[in-house]
Design a protein around this ligand. Sequence first.
Ligand code: NAD
Ligand code: LMR
Length: 356
Amino acid sequence: MQPSSDANQRIARIAAHLHPSNLQMEGSSGLRRADCRAKGGAPGFKVAILGAAGGIGQPLALLMKMNPLVSVLHLYDVVNAPGVTADVSHMDTGAVVRGFLGQPQLENALTGMDLVIIPAGVPRKPGMTRDDLFKINAGIVRTLAEGIAKCCPNAIVNLISNPVNSTVPIAAEVFKKAGTFDPKKLLGVTTLDVVRANTFVAEVLGVDPREVSVPVVGGHAGVTILPLLSQVNPPCSFTPEEINALTDRIQNGGTEVVEAKAGAGSATLSMAYAAAKFAAACLRGMRGDAGIVECSFVTSQVTELPFFATKVRLGRTGVEEIFPLGPLNEYERNGLEKAKKELAGSIQKGVSFIRN
Ligand SMILES: NC(=O)c1ccc[n+]([C@@H]2O[C@H](COP(=O)([O-])OP(=O)(O)OC[C@H]3O[C@@H](n4cnc5c(N)ncnc54)[C@H](O)[C@@H]3O)[C@@H](O)[C@H]2O)c1
Ligand SMILES: O=C(O)C[C@H](O)C(=O)O
């Protein structure tokens, strides 16, 4: 028996995917088919990952493809986007995956997006500070922020690229210049500090880390990472030695991973987990869920600095409430002064990069 014309079409569709030029990449027929599926698919949010082929980007793409609130997932990078797109697109979850390779495809990667997650940029090697990445990453973040201002000015942005204490001010200045800045929609991702703090505190207490919540405020580098161990939930107390050791480990968790990887980069897997957790919280807020609270480095009036990380409430429009620091003990007040001093310089460096 001859196959019916319906069956022929279905065989042709399967065969078309076997040819590399037909991956669900910008400009391919695979992408057109994915467009049809996205239109008919379940309601959800459109999410782009910029730097999707990197150490963070790849596992983050996997985790976002698993999030049921994501209907369309755009994977953009300047290298290897087709391979990552082909790989992730085979997962039998709802989100339609599309790949975008190189600067000429940035605008299409961003158009229509509700949430943009940015792990693009170089990571540290042993002996480097996050600020040593400024020279390369500042320009990358500027270009990507310009694309967002042009193509999806209403999207919520989760900025991961280091140094976060400077890249968030850079993105804010780009958006201000373009006239699109909405402080509620620009969020520096500091979730990994909270994830580490929860893990290390749980180890000391001998409990499940999922039952621990440690607020981490300030910024995302060295002394600017300020865990508030007096505000751990559930309430608990530590000896001064424990407080010193925990604070030091949380502040230097990134360096611990950089040294262990010995030149092969910085945290990628725990970071992808943290970024996916934070993005999921943003998406739940955007859906209208109540009581979504996370720490994030945002435009803030909690201190005299223009940006600061504290607990924020996430809602339909992004950051809908910024919580104050709460009562600090003397150790934390001293830490806060050190954090603010370093943060002021890093913020100014980012602002000057765009203004001057
Ligand atoms: N906020 C945090 O808590 C946190 C945690 C870990 C790492 N980071 C930072 O995240 C960044 C990425 O780390 P990684 O380990 O994934 O690095 P990586 O080198 O493995 O990946 C970075 C990716 O960005 C891509 N890229 C470079 N320039 C680009 C551009 N102009 N547009 C789009 N993509 C571009 C690269 O091609 C690469 O695929 C680093 O700056 C690192 O310091 C932040
Ligand atoms: O430490 C780094 O350079 C990467 C990241 O900021 C981290 O905290 O792991």
